[in-house]
Design a protein around this ligand. Structure first.
Ligand code: SAM
Length: 287
């Protein structure tokens, strides 16, 4: 390919040119290792037919690796200085692909399809750590055209996202991610591929969209509200954890039975389909 990737010297050079002082608040850790970005693109499975949404392109490390393989890339970056330099970086390192690249300066927590010049089919991102889960869930909810997502997040968050029911670390992010499709761990990434080096290890997570429960926003919100209520008090049984949500323990018990869930069970044992039935029972009001 005639696309060149960024190594340590290029990352240092770009950062110096822009006067970038990476901020923790924006989770700015830039990858300077070609093997890592190639691996991320490989496990994402994206190809020439894909329009990839990349969140937080930063200096362009992953963007360039994506342009080696994907049909098109649209990047959403919150930092205007980084976003502003990207077209020139693409021109320099991937001149033949410059027409297949767009960058939008926006907050990925709230970006909507109408703000993008193209319709993404996949999400690939090295997400800013402190907002990784809300950004991932926002994008899966509001961009139903995204069929696969491959994200790099902190290793612990990757474990939590991909945890199965019954696991000690299964919780709100795990259940909500499963609402959209199948969630899997897809590898580990060490600290030394970043500048500056983060204090924690990273991990890859892949979601393959299934939309088993449809794409209706009200249905999703009702289900997510039930999930939040169930896990707000992790140690409690569903009967008592959900009494506030249901409007009293007797009503909670009634809804749980209508959804075919043992009221004495704890939320960590339940799969997303259970929460869907519960929200549906509450919605259709079995009383
Ligand atoms: N993709 C680059 C790489 O792998 O080297 C940079 C990844 S860095 C971990 C996260 C990037 O996300 C930074 O460029 C940061 O400015 C950007 N960012 C942080 N918060 C964001 C948000 N809410 N919306 C969009 N981008 C954000």
């Amino acid at each position: 390919s005639d696309v060149r990737l960024l190594g340590p010297a290029e990352i240092r050079g770009l950062a110096a040119e822009l006067g970038v002082r990476p901020t923790k608040q924006l989770g700015q850790n830039f990858v300077h290792d070609a093997n890592t970005v190639r691996r991320i693109v490989a496990v994402s499975g994206v190809g020439p037919d894909d329009v990839v949404l990349e969140v937080g392109p930063g200096l362009g490390s992953l963007t360039l690796a994506l342009l080696q393989t994907a049909g098109r890339v649209v990047a959403v970056e919150i930092d205007p200085v980084l976003a502003g330099r990207l077209p020139q970086t693409i021109e320099e390192f991937a001149p033949t692909r410059r027409d297949d690249f767009d960058v939008v300066t926006a907050d990925a927590m709230s970006v909507l399809p109408a703000q993008l010049p193209v319709t993404p089919t996949a999400l690939v991102a090295n997400l800013p750590y402190n907002v990784a889960v809300p950004v991932l869930l926002h994008l899966m909810a509001h961009f139903p055209t995204i069929k696969t997502a491959l994200v790099m997040v902190q290793a612990e968050v990757a474990d939590r996202l991909a945890a199965d029911p019954g696991s000690r670390i299964y919780g709100v992010p795990s259940v909500k991610a499963r609402y959209f499709g199948a969630v899997k761990r897809a590898g580990a990434v060490g600290r030394n591929v970043f500048w500056p080096e983060p204090k924690i290890e990273s991990g890859l997570v892949r979601i393959d969209r299934r939309d088993e429960f449809g794409t209706d926003a009200d249905h999703r919100r009702a289900t997510f509200t039930a999930i939040d209520a169930a896990f707000a008090q992790r140690r409690k049984t569903m009967r008592s954890a959900l009494s506030g949500w249901a409007g009293g323990a007797p009503r909670a018990e009634e809804l749980l039975r209508a959804a075919d869930i043992d009221p004495g069970i704890r939320g960590e044992k339940l799969d997303v389909a259970d929460f869907v039935r519960l929200a549906e029972a509450a919605g259709t009001s079995v009383a």
